[in-house]
Write a protein that binds this ligand. Sequence first.
Ligand SMILES: Cc1cc2nc3c(=O)[nH]c(=O)nc-3n(C[C@H](O)[C@H](O)[C@H](O)COP(=O)(O)OP(=O)(O)OC[C@H]3O[C@@H](n4cnc5c(N)ncnc54)[C@H](O)[C@@H]3O)c2cc1C
Ligand SMILES: NC(=O)c1ccc[n+]([C@@H]2O[C@H](COP(=O)([O-])OP(=O)(O)OC[C@H]3O[C@@H](n4cnc5c(N)ncnc54)[C@H](OP(=O)(O)O)[C@@H]3O)[C@@H](O)[C@H]2O)c1
Length: 259
Amino acid sequence: MAAAPEAKFTEEQVLWVKQHTPKLMTFAITRPEAYRFSAGQFSRLGFRDGEGFIWRAYSIVSAEYADTLEYFAVLIENGPMSAKFAEMKTGDTILLDKTATGFLLPERFPDGKDLLMLATGSGIAPFLSILEQPEIWQRFDRLALVHSVSYVGELIFNDRLAALAEHPLIEEYFHKFHFIPVTTREQTGHTLGGKRIPELLKQNILAQQLGWQFNPTDTRFMVCGNPEMVKDTLQTLLDLGYTMHRNRLPGQILLENGF
Ligand SMILES: Cc1cc2nc3c(=O)[nH]c(=O)nc-3n(C[C@H](O)[C@H](O)[C@H](O)COP(=O)(O)OP(=O)(O)OC[C@H]3O[C@@H](n4cnc5c(N)ncnc54)[C@H](O)[C@@H]3O)c2cc1C
Ligand SMILES: NC(=O)c1ccc[n+]([C@@H]2O[C@H](COP(=O)([O-])OP(=O)(O)OC[C@H]3O[C@@H](n4cnc5c(N)ncnc54)[C@H](OP(=O)(O)O)[C@@H]3O)[C@@H](O)[C@H]2O)c1
């Protein structure tokens, strides 16, 4: 990603870093007063790197109204930004591009009753932010989040999702929510095991699990994660008769490649 010109970024402070597993971490940074974003968007974060900079995109995990900015990073072997994150500690300086971007915004759907959020790996991050916005709970009758990871130890947000039941802005709506964890390389008693998201859609397993009937009038799909998953899920949904949402041509599907 090209370096942002100097005037286009601010220098922020790392407030905390939490290493959940050797490759999964969350961290928070200071939020400039002027920094605005919509839940579902991503920031560009950077570091000075020798003579230049390194910049990468990270979906914002925090709510729009949060005082700080939180992120979730999957550390990639031999990845340049991952190496910076692996060394990062509280008090370090991190660069924040002044503009948040992205179109994975549930408010873009003008209609629909049931919102199905489909994520793999770090693709859960924008949905964690979206789920802290009361407007989305008022807007939809039912909300479901599907998070696919390879192994159960990678499901690090179970407690955070459960805590929405006591979130002051969300608790009254929490009964509308379903969380379906999926472990593709492991069978457990409490996750859907062994099948990837496109297969779960093709075989109608997700609808059965939720007790919903997916249909173009009511169901809206938001998809984020592994680009191959996004591509395969889009094709599956198109084959099932759904269409991409465009502002001038409303449909049922919104997508974002999570890397
Ligand atoms: C719109 C957008 C939002 C993003 N949001 C996040 C986020 O919230 N959290 C996050 O960890 N990353 C996110 N990424 C990816 C992130 O920008 C970096 O690519 C990633 O942190 C790895 O950086 P790197 O320099 O270590 O390796 P890179 O050289 O950037 O990547 C090396 C390879 O690692 C794989 N890879 C990259 N990112 C991931 C990932 N997240 N999960 C699995 N495999 C990956 C790809 O195959 C890639 O080619 C996002 C990317 C985009 C485009
Ligand atoms: N997780 C691992 O065991 C593993 C192993 C080797 C390397 N890596 C590397 O580690 C890094 C992070 O990986 P990650 O596991 O967080 O992210 P990831 O590889 O994107 O996997 C996250 C989830 O997405 C699923 N997925 C991958 N491709 C898909 C597709 N085309 N359609 C539907 N679902 C799909 C995975 O299923 P599957 O489990 O079926 O792939 C898994 O459930 C990446 O660089 C990856 O290449 C991971």
